[in-house]
Design a protein around this ligand. Structure first.
Ligand SMILES: NC(=O)c1ccc[n+]([C@@H]2O[C@H](COP(=O)([O-])OP(=O)(O)OC[C@H]3O[C@@H](n4cnc5c(N)ncnc54)[C@H](O)[C@@H]3O)[C@@H](O)[C@H]2O)c1
Ligand SMILES: [Fe+2]
Length: 382
């Protein structure tokens, strides 16, 4: 079993294929980076794939500087630590290396390199991004090591504000990485539960983008094929982590999910962000728990379009068949039916509901989210 090699330039230049991490030096050159800071998380810092990447950089005269004080669901404090090191070290670009947590933090460091305002001023609200000085944004090479968030093709980073316990989406068009290396071999070491949780994040991106009412036919097509890739390949990657063809297809699905959600996200992400910020659960796994209840809630607005999707996806019974499929799909990866199964205890529904209603993902949900609706949805998943 092999995975194809390809170069894509949509939505940004992507070098796709097994073994292409060997091109990391060239990718930096292409992005205009000669002194990179590799940003990753604590766990990955100790792993062979990271050491090998630093060896390649070192051999090409680009040093082996690394910042790894990155938490899962990274925080503003992680950003300040990394930014201090970045500015003092005289770096001229970031290699964001890891899962969504490290990718997002690396992207935020490069974005903030030359900004003077606090990062929270650049939340994805209206035209707040125009407050940034584009000349102060440094280039980014993104190297995903999970197949889920698709942050490598996205223009945003998600940061937790530890003071308010909220996840904030920091957005700027120039936060889009200049070059991406999608090397499925880097994802082979993911244990099954992370494979599932991250893969189901990609699935949630496709499902929510496909459900969003905004007019964006390109995203609609990408979301549909992204769903198919997850359905066909996540079970294989979960059962056999070394199945490089399945790993490659999941990596594509992740990039497609994030490309598609330019059309909008929805209630799954709006519910999940506050849970992740307060209870520190894994993002994609939290989404997976929330998906069945959100599909039920959105049914009146999405049934018809999912009737069409189901036939393409090889699922009998139209939208109802799809709903049943999602429950079985979750169960096949041992995803709990309730958030208590992820360790969420004593949730404060008032605070969670307020935060969910403020989340920008709300805007893409096909049925408007009211206070009452969000409380009902939380009651269904908690
Ligand atoms: N920017 C975006 O568009 C976007 C979209 C969705 C989610 N997110 C954010 O991304 C974060 C979640 O990212 P994630 O799901 O990739 O998880 P993650 O980055 O938190 O990683 C999860 C765990 O997997 C480990 N890991 C990563 N790669 C590995 C590998 N190859 N082998 C073994 N272990 C590995 C990490 O060390 C970590 O312990 C959340 O903060 C979420 O809010 C961002
Ligand atoms: Fe997500």
């Amino acid at each position: 079993m092999t995975s194809p090699i390809a170069n894509w330039s949509y939505p940004n230049p992507i070098r796709f294929g097994a073994g292409r991490i060997a091109e990391i030096g060239g990718a930096c050159m292409a992005a205009g980076i000669s002194r990179p800071l590799l940003v990753t998380d604590r766990g990955l810092a100790e792993m062979e794939i990271t050491k090998r990447t630093l060896d390649i950089l070192d051999a090409e005269g680009k040093g082996r500087a690394m910042f790894a004080r990155v938490d899962a669901n990274p925080t503003g404090e992680n950003l300040m630590d990394g930014l201090r090191l970045y500015r003092e070290g005289g770096f001229d670009g970031v290699i964001a290396f890891g899962g969504g947590s490290a990718l997002d933090l690396g992207k935020c460091i490069a974005f903030m390199a030359g900004q003077t305002r606090p990062v929270w001023d650049f939340e994805d609200i209206g035209d707040w991004w125009t407050r940034a000085d584009p000349a102060g944004i440094h280039p980014i090479v993104a190297v995903p090591t999970t197949a889920g968030t698709g942050s490598e093709v996205g223009r945003a980073g998600v940061l937790t504000n530890a003071e308010t316990n909220e996840k904030k989406i920091i957005f700027h068009p120039k936060m889009l990485p200049a070059v991406v290396i999608c090397d499925p071999e880097l994802t082979v070491g993911m244990p099954p539960h992370i494979t599932a949780g991250t893969g189901l994040d990609a699935f949630a991106h496709c499902v929510e983008a496909y459900s969003s009412p905004h007019y964006h036919p390109m995203s609609q097509g990408i979301a549909l094929e992204g769903m198919r890739l997850v359905i066909d390949n996540l079970p294989r990657a979960y059962k056999n982590g070394s199945d490089i063809e399945a790993r490659g297809n999941m990596m594509s699905a992740a990039a497609m999910g994030a490309t598609a959600f330019q059309k909008g996200l929805g209630a799954i992400h709006a519910l999940s962000h506050p849970i992740g910020a307060v209870h520190h659960t894994h993002h994609g796994t939290t989404n997976a728990v929330c998906m069945p209840a959100v599909l039920d809630f959105n049914a009146p607005a999405i049934a018809e379009r999912f009737d069409r999707a189901a036939s393409y996806l090889g699922i009998d019974g139209g939208f109802d068949g799809f709903r049943a499929f999602v429950r079985d799909f979750n169960a096949s990866f041992s995803i709990p039916e309730r958030l208590s199964g992820l360790g969420v205890e004593n949730p404060d529904i008032d605070t969670l509901t307020e935060a969910a209603l403020r989340d920008p993902s709300c805007g893409g949900n096909p049925v408007p989210l009211t206070d009452e609706a969000v409380r009902k949805l939380y009651a269904a998943v908690l």
